[in-house]
Design a protein around this ligand. Structure first.
Ligand code: GLN
Length: 471
């Protein structure tokens, strides 16, 4: 059972019961997780929840909540009451959440059953899940390769067939890139569409939670369940925040060719060109557009994101909660807890972020990056006056091998097409765009569609037609 739609139909007809499906989920995890390591924790109490769901289906059939009995895997930076939420960091190794994130509450209210917490890059910093403090996750399609990151565990959980959907977070590409590497749908909502309450913050002005799924319809259902204004997050938007974005039959789609500079794999470009031809054949109007500032996206991102991360991570001081190193003085507790609790990539970004925010450098770095971000938004608004959507490859390459991108800058280049979306706050979806062959294995790649603010419905509508209907 690959999709929510299939499970739901089988539950309603009585062909299958939620408890049987949860047992299947556990069986797949049992069989594959030692190798793939998508899950850090498995929630045994999911079975009891499923047995309750069995009874409710028997009684109410189609009159049950839309996600009743649907197994969902959660990235371990999302708080589920009484479950561990570690952000894959040693500093939070023994942290148990005391409340539900808003998105968890909404999924739970719709009947979803949480089956486990998934691995990730430590504090969501990375593109390969190699920076987790608890071990690497492998790409189920080729276990010599990374699943992408930072939500690599969530992507792998779906790709290995354990769950139909998993939730991730995307600050600079952490849903879209692993979805592309694992052949899945990945969705990054409009900033503010989904509440961040109960997410372990990385960069608060960029973070959004979203789904991994096998169909666009499933991703849409999960997104719509999680989305909506929330009093616990003042940045959540309402229907009045942005002008309505209509869904149409065909679109004018912009292709920012000058943005596909060096470092983009030739096979990826070829597959992209084929995809553009298909779009034309389907009646869409393809136009070349220019987004010169988008190329500055990575530079701005690697100032804004570490700056916000260094502030957000200041709370892990070894005193209030999380890992605490025994030491002689208070200062030493702070220093040792952070030195021992955080991994290298996290330390690198805290240093970088603290530096760009420090007196004397603030204007030169952080102020400039925020200005660049404002200009990028203006550039995008201008482009969206003449196009309905923008299309790019999701990533410059297919999944790489473990240890292949040890240079941080090489790793950061993975995000070239995804970070401008977070910096400008617009929504984007990645759909599978075929495969490219490496060492005799067909590796999936993705195509990214970007819509104007609050254009989420437009992305889902197009995605369903381009992908679901042609599966
Ligand atoms: N790979 C990017 C980074 O390392 C994006 C991370 C994310 O979206 N959480 O920052």
């Amino acid at each position: 059972m690959h999709t929510i739609a299939e499970l739901r139909a089988a539950y309603i007809s009585g062909e299958k019961k939620p408890s049987e499906v949860i047992k299947e989920v556990f069986a797949v995890i049992e069989e594959k997780n030692d190798d793939v390591f998508a899950f850090l924790d498995v929630f045994e109490d999911a079975l009891a929840a499923a047995e309750l769901a069995d009874a409710v289906y028997e009684k109410n059939g189609a009159g049950t909540p839309p996600l009743l009995g649907i197994p969902v895997a959660m990235k371990t930076n999302i708080l589920i009451k009484d479950k561990r939420a570690t952000a894959s960091s040693k500093i939070l190794e023994n942290y148990t959440a005391t409340y539900d994130a808003t998105i968890v509450r909404r999924l739970r209210d719709a009947g979803a059953i949480f089956v486990g917490a998934t691995n990730m890059d430590e504090f969501a910093m990375g593109s390969s899940t190699e920076s987790s403090a608890f071990g690497v996750t492998k790409n189920p399609l080729d276990t010599s390769r990374v699943p992408g990151g930072s939500s690599g565990g969530s992507a792998a959980a779906v790709a290995m067939g354990a769950v139909p959907v998993a939730i991730g977070t995307d600050t600079g590409g952490s849903i879209r890139q692993p979805a592309a590497y694992c052949g899945l749908i990945g969705y990054k909502p409009t900033y503010g569409a989904v509440s961040r309450y109960g997410l372990i913050a990385l960069a608060s002005s960029l973070d959004q939670a979203g789904p991994f799924a096998n169909t666009v319809a499933d991703a849409e259902l999960i997104h719509n369940t999680m989305a909506g204004q929330d009093d616990m997050d003042g940045t959540t938007i309402t229907d009045d925040t942005y002008p309505a974005v209509p869904v149409k039959e065909t679109y004018t789609i912009g292709v920012p060719r000058d943005f596909f500079t060096e470092g983009v794999d030739e096979d990826v470009l070829r597959a992209f060109d084929t995809h553009v031809e298909e779009l034309k054949a389907l009646g869409h109007t393809m136009v070349d557009i220019s987004l010169p500032l988008f190329e500055k996206g990575l530079a701005a991102y690697y100032i804004v994101m570490p700056a916000e991360a260094s502030s957000n991570l200041a709370r892990y001081d070894g005193i209030r909660y999380g890992y605490s190193a025994p030491a002689e003085s208070l200062l030493e507790v702070y220093e040792k807890s952070r030195a021992e609790g955080f991994g290298d990539e996290v330390k690198r970004r805290i240093l970088l972020g603290t530096h760009v925010l420090s007196a004397g450098y603030y204007d030169a770095y952080y102020g400039k990056a925020e200005l660049a971000r404002k200009k990028m938004r203006e550039e995008l608004d201008e482009v969206f006056k003449s196009v309905d959507l923008i299309v790019t490859p999701t990533t410059p390459t297919p999944a790489f091998k473990f240890g292949e991108n040890t240079d941080p800058l090489a790793m950061y280049r993975q995000d070239i097409f995804t970070v401008p979306v977070n910096l400008t706050g617009v929504p984007a979806i990645t759909l599978p765009m075929g495969t490219v062959e490496r060492d005799g294995t067909a590796l999936p790649i993705g195509v990214q569609y970007i819509a104007p603010h609050a254009g989420d419905a437009r992305l889902f509508a197009l995605g369903k037609r381009l992908y679901d209907e042609r599966r």
